[in-house]
Design a protein around this ligand. Structure first.
Ligand code: PBG
Length: 327
């Protein structure tokens, strides 16, 4: 039997050998922790469909940010729920709304922590769509004006980075222009460039109360079957001024992460979304998989695919595990 004189198993024999040839290193530096901010005080509501995830009032989210900082996680992304929803999502750009207040307080206490804000209307509109409606259709250009206002209110509160997740055409340009006009030329934009119309957002819509009240998001989010179109979206967002681009969800779209990483010269973020988190939590709770092991495997796969950044509800657990391993 012919057998080439190369035996890959030689370098797999011991843990120290495996360490030496390891190609991908998941580090706490990759992680961004998502947080949900709600009205009120003293609130820490568990999200039923996402074990270990909570909705926090402003005072409580500052405490949660402290534990993120203690774990040496470099950034958070904030989502907000308003006291009241309306047709145009006007609480999304109110300076006294939960997200804006949370950004201010967190930046006061932890100026070094990178604070990213999700800029979208779906948590704030009575119909649950990501933009302004005319009849049953989301109006693109009208929505841009509102999104620019949202971004400005986040920047005024002190956000380091604005992350538009609405998938309107031209929103990166509209936000960049609004920020620059008001002197926020150092506020970065992390564009959800390739955001798919996915079933994996189910638990998030529970956490953010943002499920569309009719229809779905297929007229603005991307078709799951498309890859070339993702590259066109990324290319447009970069032209419009995106500092970083995102692929979302992550796990079923590792091919997209890889292609964006190879074809464009911008850092790529991957969003390990709510459904990806809850599936692992549910299977682990049933004893069907080893939750920690699968968590690390999945996060590593996103970095291996080319992500510089992984937004994940696992951030705190993964950071704690990485710390213990080093000891
Ligand atoms: C807002 C937004 C969504 C998510 C992030 N920003 C929901 C959606 O598009 O329906 C999903 C995040 C997750 O599932 O963890 N548009």
């Amino acid at each position: 039997m012919y057998f080439p004189d190369y035996r890959p198993r030689r370098l797999r024999r011991t843990e120290n050998l495996r360490r030496m040839i390891r190609e991908t290193r998941l580090s706490v530096d990759h992680l961004v922790y998502p947080l949900f901010v709600v009205p009120g005080a003293g609130v820490k509501n568990p999200v039923q469909s996402m074990p270990g995830v909570f909705q926090f009032s402003v005072d409580q989210v500052v405490e949660e940010a402290r534990s993120v900082v203690e774990l040496n996680i470099p950034g958070i992304i904030l989502f907000g729920l308003p006291e009241k929803k309306d047709e145009i999502g006007s609480r999304a750009y109110a300076d006294d709304a939960p997200v804006q207040q949370a950004v201010q307080k967190i930046k006061q206490s932890f100026p070094e922590l990178t604070v990213i804000t999700d800029a979208c209307l779906c948590e704030y509109t009575s119909h649950g769509h990501c933009g302004i409606l005319s009849g049953n259709e989301v109006q693109n250009d009208q929505t841009l004006e509102v999104l620019a206002r949202v971004a400005l209110s986040h920047a005024r509160a002190g956000a380091d980075m604005i992350a538009p997740s609405d998938m309107m055409d031209g929103r990166v340009a509209a936000i960049r222009e609004a920020l620059d006009e008001e002197g926020f030329d150092q506020t970065a934009i992390l564009a959800y460039s390739a955001k798919y119309c996915s079933g994996f957002y189910g638990p998030f819509r529970d956490a953010a109360d943002s499920a569309p009240r009719f229809g779905d998001r297929s007229a603005y989010q991307m078709d799951v079957s498309n890859a070339e179109e993702a590259l066109r979206e990324v290319s447009l967002d970069i032209e419009e001024g995106a500092d970083m681009v995102m692929v979302k969800p992550a796990l079923a779209y590792l091919d997209i992460i890889r292609r964006v990483r190879e074809e464009f010269d911008r850092p790529v973020a991957a969003y390990n979304v709510s459904g990806e988190y809850s599936m692992i939590k549910a299977a682990a709770a049933n004893g069907w998989i080893d939750g920690d092991r699968v968590m690390m495997e999945v996060l590593t796969s996103m970095v291996r695919a080319g992500a510089s950044l992984v937004l994940t509800y696992f951030a705190k657990e993964a950071a704690a595990l990485l710390q213990n391993r080093r000891r």
